[in-house]
Design a protein around this ligand. Structure first.
Ligand SMILES: CC(C)(COP(=O)(O)OP(=O)(O)OC[C@H]1O[C@@H](n2cnc3c(N)ncnc32)[C@H](O)[C@@H]1OP(=O)(O)O)[C@@H](O)C(=O)NCCC(=O)NCCS
Length: 176
């Protein structure tokens, strides 16, 4: 089942039957994603098959108190709050799960984070894991748990940039 390249969510996309197995993420896509995007809270990127959304992710700026950061990311005398980016959502519809869509959306989001941080700063990418299984998904991808909560994880933008470069992607010259 081929899907589109990632593109910004718009009202022509069909989100009505999206189901990833985590109702909160389904509900957010159906009811909040478009208005959040229109108001500038979140950039929502989707991949779709003839308009039907197969996967999506949401990125937003955020800021956190330094004390929640893992020690290796907190380093030095950071400002309070610390500017960060938030990958608030990542989900694949069950009909497409296990075919690389989540990996592709995440790669796309990581490149965007590096590009965004180059323009306006940002120390780390933060993710909120819904449960401990999802937290281990993020730890396998280089994210470190926060000091206070194992379900909030961070990966430094410097670390992400290094992995993006190692993969042969040039963030400055890319539109993706
Ligand atoms: C996590 C998720 C986005 C992965 O999407 P995907 O398109 O299936 O991803 P890929 O095919 O690229 O595989 C990536 C990972 O998903 C896992 N995966 C594949 N099929 C899966 C399935 N049916 N159920 C659960 N995880 C699955 C793979 O094991 C792989 O993880 P690993 O490399 O750490 O072992 C997807 O399982 C999902 O939407 N889960 C529900 C929402 C969620 O928990 N999102 C997490 C962020 S809040």
């Amino acid at each position: 089942m081929p899907v589109s390249a990632p593109e910004p969510l718009n009202k022509t996309h069909d989100v009505s039957n999206f189901a990833c197995g985590k109702p909160a993420l389904d509900h957010w896509l159906r009811t909040r994603a478009l208005s959040n995007q229109e108001k500038g809270f979140t950039v929502v990127m989707v991949v779709h098959d003839s308009g039907r959304v197969a996967g999506y992710c949401g990125l937003a700026p955020t800021a956190v108190v330094p004390t929640v950061l893992p020690r290796s990311i907190k380093t030095g005398q950071p400002p309070n709050p610390v500017p960060c980016l938030l990958l608030g959502q990542l989900a694949t519809d069950l009909d497409w799960m296990g075919h690389g869509i989540g990996t592709g959306l995440l790669r796309h989001a990581l490149v965007r984070c590096v590009q965004g941080a180059q323009l306006v700063g940002g120390r780390a990418l933060m993710v909120n894991a819904i449960d401990s299984e999802v937290a281990s998904f993020w730890r396998r991808r280089g994210f470190l748990p926060s000091k206070d909560d194992p379900l909030i994880l961070f990966r430094s933008i410097a670390d992400i940039a290094a992995s993006v470069m190692a993969a042969g992607i040039e963030p400055c010259g890319s539109n993706h």
